[in-house]
Design a protein. Sequence first.
Length: 267
Amino acid sequence: MSDADTTQEAHWSLGLYLEYLSTLRPPTEAFDPNGAWEHTYDVFPIYAALDVTGKGAWSLQHKGVMRLKREPVSGEDAFQLHVASEVTFLGWLPTRTQRTTASIECAADTLGTPLSWELESVALSAEDSSPVPLSHMRESGVVRDGAVELTFEGGGRTLEVSSPLTSNWSLFEAVQRLPRGNVPEGEFEMLEDLRLRRAHQRLVAEDPTEVTMAGETVRLYGYRQLGEGISPLHYWLDEQGRLLLAFGKMRAYIWEGVTEEKAEGEQ
């Protein structure tokens, strides 16, 4: 069956985001997922409560940002992945934002296996964005002999892991290199935020779909992630393999495109 035969309008998982996506201009420049690139995503928390229509609700008010930068390592089958993220956690009292940066060396394999990394994180007050006392954390990690060795000020700990192994940030990169519609065979493990082990993960390919962005019909293909310790996660990519949208039960990451409203204001 051809892609044209399987294309459906507005896959059910995209319903909450169609109106917002319609205001964004889709990226048009060439993209090589195996090369050097930098993506920026707006990050929106998703409320657990339902809105008056019975659908899930999400917050445009508490918008965060995540920047993901890929740099191939010359002469090695590896790359550096740099993460800079600020996301708001609405369930915390008081609400506060978590600022996280990470530099990860990854193998250029199917899942972008993390090999070693440096991670730093701090909570910011909702009132004045000042650091919350005792919230600063700096940690390094390395994968060695079937275990993750974490080192932080005053100590460390070891997590037993199995391969294949990835991280949530590595998957943002890895799905862009997968042959379209293909998924890794079997299960894998994921390190959420490079600290929490999530076992028995797998990817499932979704049928192609179409959305409207700035009046243009954009064809997307996607993957759904299932596994222990997570809600189902969805990844939607354009035809060049660029990840435009990723979301689960807690947060939505949407390509930071130029909105039609902003574009008109710049003229």
